[in-house]
Design a protein around this ligand. Sequence first.
Ligand SMILES: Cc1cc2nc3c(=O)[nH]c(=O)nc-3n(C[C@H](O)[C@H](O)[C@H](O)COP(=O)(O)O)c2cc1C
Length: 183
Amino acid sequence: MEFVEVVNQRRSLRSFAPVEVSDAVIKNLAAVAGLAPSCSNKQPWRFVFVRSPAMLERMFATLAPGNANWAKQASLIVAVWSQADLDCRTPDGRDYYQFDTGMASALLMLAATEKNLVAHPIAGFDPQAARQVLALPDGVRVITLIIVGGHTQEISSALADWQVKAEKERSARMAFEAFASIV
Ligand SMILES: Cc1cc2nc3c(=O)[nH]c(=O)nc-3n(C[C@H](O)[C@H](O)[C@H](O)COP(=O)(O)O)c2cc1C
């Protein structure tokens, strides 16, 4: 798939078909994510690939209700975590761990898209509960969960009306002038 095609195909869809995600696929997603740039090459991103049915069940319990309805059909959840001291803090106090982890996560989602997987990031979950389920140490920040599954054109009956609408058409994007300028 051409790069632009991958970027266009990536969408935060919610109608999942079950899919087997092999160790090889997981390692490939991690390898692509790991090629992201980071401040002083600190590579602050950390991923827990949750695939076992028992662990998925425990992660589902951490989801906000508006996500639980669809995300429970996932075949994999990628818990993305980091913490400030894994990355640069500039002398004037700028932390870069979330930025760098976001870049790696974007690459991971594009790599998943290229494999015809849906990779839908969410903030609607309880990060403390997720940290406990994953037995991560105190101080760790679970930044996002990436909900992964195969895609089905058949719209999930579990979706709310607005989610059905979002399934049918890509969310609107700002015009160039609203977020960019040329000087
Ligand atoms: C940090 C972040 C948090 C998000 N949280 C949620 C969420 O809790 N539930 C949800 O359904 N979608 C969530 N999304 C998906 C966005 O709604 C989606 O990316 C946006 O509408 C753009 O649509 P697209 O990804 O299909 O292009 C989140 C996305 C990001 C990047």
